[in-house]
Design a protein around this ligand. Structure first.
Ligand code: CP
Length: 358
């Protein structure tokens, strides 16, 4: 593995290894205090962040390394029209590894074209957020003791919530996992993800009531309704309070269910729940720093070889154009339009994974 663009870039063995190193860091932090000495990380954040950027930076410092970067597109030459690919290419002159966040889907994949150093996708639009998924996996492993045979409820904005998409992809590789997808019908999980679940015969059900389902769950993954991804503000206002987890609903849950949330929360978890021992979301953010330490170490030691994506579908170049307005190919010039054709004939944009419009 050279870059981490999608959670599918990681095999189950890669994930198990990262989790093992993460657990070792928790148990023996001193052992890692100089592990990245002399190395530099660039955090290139074209979109706001609290946890992801700060935890990457804290992770690098705890490994004995250094950090440079920017926290908004306006404070970089992106504001003057520099492409993502050129920005990443430049960062490679100054640092050993890059973590980047961008509002456009597929931006990290487009950006690695000329990257001289490993690049980590720290969130691209509503598409993927693989390091949040690694955070979620370490949280589940440490708090539930396993990643298999779990019933996981995902609740809220399952359409635009990129952490949901990456988590479903990752957890569907473990035996005995079942998903309960709780959302308003307007914010259901995208069809291409459900199709994958169907193909792998992973059990899931799409429901609207949290109260009816909470008692069955081993873990409840709450999400924020993603205002910034809506095209219609009125639609956001109508849906924003669809779910609020409060103490009354927690009373219906199992005693050992854990509540997770990638954060930030708006009002989908009442602050009263924070004192419930099953509330795990602040500790989850701490696990985020640990797993990013493990990931930085893994990528710093990776060989310089061509990036090979985890999914190996047939490539179609120059025939189609992506119509997703949030795809990087719609906004930046000079990106080769590439589509992928899966074994069952489905064609989707290589960058944002939106299906081809007929
Ligand atoms: N979970 C997460 O990505 O949080 P930030 O947006 O604050 O980085």
């Amino acid at each position: 593995m050279r870059h981490l663009i999608s959670i599918t870039d990681l095999s189950v063995q890669d994930i198990d290894e990262l989790l093992r190193v993460g657990e070792d860091i928790i148990n023996h932090p001193v052992k890692y205090a100089h592990a990245a000495e002399g190395k530099k990380l660039a955090t290139l954040f074209f979109e706001p962040s609290t946890r992801t950027r700060l935890s990457f930076e804290a992770a690098m410092y705890e490994l004995g390394g250094h950090v440079i970067g920017f926290s908004s597109a306006n404070s970089s030459s992106a504001a003057k029209g520099e492409s993502v690919s050129d920005t990443i290419s430049m960062a490679g002159c100054y640092v050993d590894i890059v973590a980047m966040r961008h509002p456009l889907e597929g931006a990290p994949l487009a950006g690695i074209r000329r990257a001289a150093v490993p690049v980590i996708n720290a969130g691209d639009g509503g598409h993927q957020h693989p390091t949040q998924t690694l955070t979620d996996l370490l949280t589940l492993k440490c708090e539930k003791g396993r990643l298999d045979h779990l019933t996981i409820g995902l609740c809220g904005d399952l359409k635009f919530g990129r952490t949901v998409h990456s988590l479903i992809e990752a957890m569907s590789r473990y035996e005995g996992v079942e998903f309960v997808l709780i959302s308003p019908k307007e914010l259901r999980v995208p069809a291409h993800i459900l199709k994958e679940l169907d193909k792998k015969h992973i059990p899931y059900r799409e429901v609207e009531s949290l109260e009816d389902e909470i008692g069955q769950l081993d873990a409840l993954y709450m999400t924020r309704i993603q205002r910034e991804r809506f095209f219609d503000e009125n639609e956001y206002l109508r849906l924003k309070d669809s779910y609020v987890l409060d103490c009354a609903k927690m009373a219906l849950a199992k005693e050992d269910m854990i509540v997770m949330h990638p954060l930030p929360r708006v009002n989908e978890i009442s602050t009263d729940v924070d004192d419930d021992p099953r509330a795990c979301y602040f500790k989850q953010a701490w696990y985020g720093k640990i797993i990013r330490m493990a990931l930085i170490l893994k990528l710093l030691s990776a060989q310089k070889e061509e990036y090979v994506p985890g999914v190996q579908d047939e490539r179609i170049e120059g025939t189609y154009q992506c119509h997703n307005p949030r795809c990087i190919t719609q906004v930046e010039q000079g990106i080769k339009h590439v589509f992928l054709k899966s074994a069952d004939g489905e064609i989707r944009c290589m960058y944002c994974e939106h299906g081809l419009e007929k």
